[in-house]
Design a protein around this ligand. Structure first.
Ligand code: NAD
Length: 493
């Protein structure tokens, strides 16, 4: 089915948040748009609202008045589906229920022409399953927009088992013509973004469950690594009910694979009705007058002069430490052949986490997290057997190197290292399973959830062997399936 959809008339079914956004984008791109909703009057209301939205865009100078007027004129609300017989594309954005979507598409097949493409904006239902029962299952494809549709650039073009490649390509090309960045995805639980993003929440929830650190500290460390929002404040924004239900659906859809196991911590938040911003409280308090806790900021600690200071290891972190020490006028010896990265201060070690705990590595040992961002919050931990003197000196050295040290429990992989390793691991599995390409995963995570970089971009800056060793160390520590290494990564290590 070769398709050219430029300026083709289209039908949007479901005039809710997503349907209205899709109608707006399509009309601004020049399409005649029919809008239908099962609830009488809803499509007309949505059209009226779109008129106000377009007026606001004109008032803000974002679009010209005539462009807005023409776009609105291209949108018509219809009250029955047969009025859409001539359309060449249907984009469905109705309630997230398999039966409702299947019934709608089967009904539509009897109305539209044989060359009409059927697209679903489902965020979690199998595209393969939606297509079952259609006379032409090959013409059904996922067209997964992100909320708010006019602002979010990403579209996941999701192919089910029977989707014809030309149909997926037509939607891919059309998304580009609408100013979006399209990424091909195979219909598997969570598609790309909702799957690869799971560890961003899950690792923080796991650390909270083992009381490794408070929410504000975890958020501060991940913000310092470049994420726009920490996981706790982000879950508060999304809503714990929504976030928990996505996690559960990915877990169930993967046949209860322990990798995706939901969190009791989040379950409790949902049970308590602490849903986040929308309920006034989640991890943080959003009620009037509440003050959001910040991560601890230590006063500048004194650093005792070292008799012998060694800088171990090579690579970006070692180079950065060398620069900082030189600028501070501190004499040190370089030990680039060492098998660990960090400072040795009169025999005590301040090491970059490699996934093993500080306690495992010895007594006078402290670990620090992967310093991905510039200065700012950086998690660290002393060994359970470290002397009080070293537990005081280690954060002072981190301050001297330009960080705001955040003490947490001796959990393997600390915060950033373990979160990023798990994001990379999930992305590697997705690529190996043909869900998306490496470039697709990077684009999807940057555009769909605003990550500062894509998982494969992090991997290129890190080292595949180090990521695998870190995950193996986590796996050895927790002994479950959760931290099993993606075969794709292991083969490249
Ligand atoms: P919504 O509740 O705002 O809108 C759904 C609309 O569909 C309602 O107006 C409802 O009356 C109408 N509807 C329900 N059943 C219908 C039927 N059988 N025929 C015609 N109209 C029907 O929901 P939404 O947030 O816009 O989500 C719609 C779809 O988009 C869902 O599949 C959802 O998973 C997906 N999605 C949502 C988001 C998001 O952030 N909200 C993001 C991506 C994808």
């Amino acid at each position: 089915m070769k398709q050219e959809l430029t300026n083709a008339p289209l039908l949007v079914v479901g005039a809710g948040i997503m349907g209205a956004g899709i109608a707006q984008v399509a009309a601004l791109a020049g399409h005649e748009v029919l809008l239908y909703d099962a609830r009488a009057g809803a499509a007309l209301d949505a059209r009226e609202q779109l008129g106000q939205t377009l007026d606001r865009l004109v008032a803000k100078g974002k679009i010209a008045a005539d462009v807005a007027a023409q776009a609105l004129a291209r949108i018509s609300a219809i009250e029955s589906l047969p009025a859409a017989a001539k359309v060449r594309l249907v984009v469905e954005a109705i309630v997230e229920q398999l039966d409702a979507k299947r019934a709608l598409f089967q009904q539509l097949e009897a109305i539209v022409g044989a060359d009409c493409i059927l697209a679903s904006n489902t965020s979690s239902i199998s595209v393969t399953a939606i297509a079952q029962g259609l006379q032409q299952p090959g013409r059904l494809v996922g067209m997964h927009f992100f909320n708010p549709v006019p602002l979010m650039k990403l579209v996941e073009v999701v192919s089910g088992l029977q989707t014809e490649p030309a149909v997926a390509q037509a939607i891919f090309d059309l998304s580009g013509a609408w100013g979006k960045v399209a990424v091909h995805a195979r219909s598997t639980p969570g598609f790309i973004v909702n799957r690869i993003a799971r560890p961003y929440y899950a690792e923080t929830l796991a650390l909270l469950q083992e009381q490794a650190a408070p929410a504000a500290l975890l958020d501060a460390c991940l913000r310092a690594a470049g994420f726009r929002m920490g996981p706790c404040e982000l879950m508060d924004l999304i809503g714990h009910d929504t976030n928990f239900s996505v996690t559960q659906s990915v877990f169930v859809a993967n046949f209860f694979d322990k990798r995706y196991v939901p969190s009791l911590v989040q379950r409790e938040m949902v049970d308590a009705g602490l849903l986040g911003r929308k309920s006034g409280r989640g991890f943080f308090d959003y009620r009037d007058g509440a003050v959001k806790p910040a991560a601890a900021s230590l006063a500048l600690l004194a650093v005792a002069a070292a008799q012998r200071l060694g800088l171990h290891g090579a690579g970006a972190v070692a180079e950065r430490f060398a620069d900082a020490l030189q600028q501070a006028g501190v004499a040190f010896e370089r030990l680039p052949a060492s098998d660990w990265v960090g400072l040795e201060v009169d025999g005590a070690q301040l090491r970059l986490s490699d996934g093993r705990t500080a306690t495992q590595l010895g007594a006078e040992v402290a670990l620090f997290d992967w310093p991905l961002g510039g200065a700012g919050a950086l998690a660290w931990t002393p060994s359970l057997h470290a002397s009080a003197a070293w537990a005081q000196a280690a954060p002072a050295w981190l301050q001297r190197l330009g960080f705001a040290p955040q003490r947490m429990a001796d959990s393997p992989g600390l915060v950033v290292a373990r979160t990023l390793a798990m994001l990379i691991n999930e992305a590697a599995d997705a690529v190996q399973q043909g869900v998306c390409t490496e470039q697709g995963a990077d684009a999807a995570m940057k555009l769909g959830v605003n990550y500062p970089a894509g998982p494969f971009e992090w991997l290129a800056r890190w080292d595949v062997g180090a990521v695998v060793r870190l995950l193996d160390a986590l796996d050895a520590h927790y002994r479950g399936e959760r931290y099993r290494v993606s075969p794709w990564l292991r083969q490249r290590a």
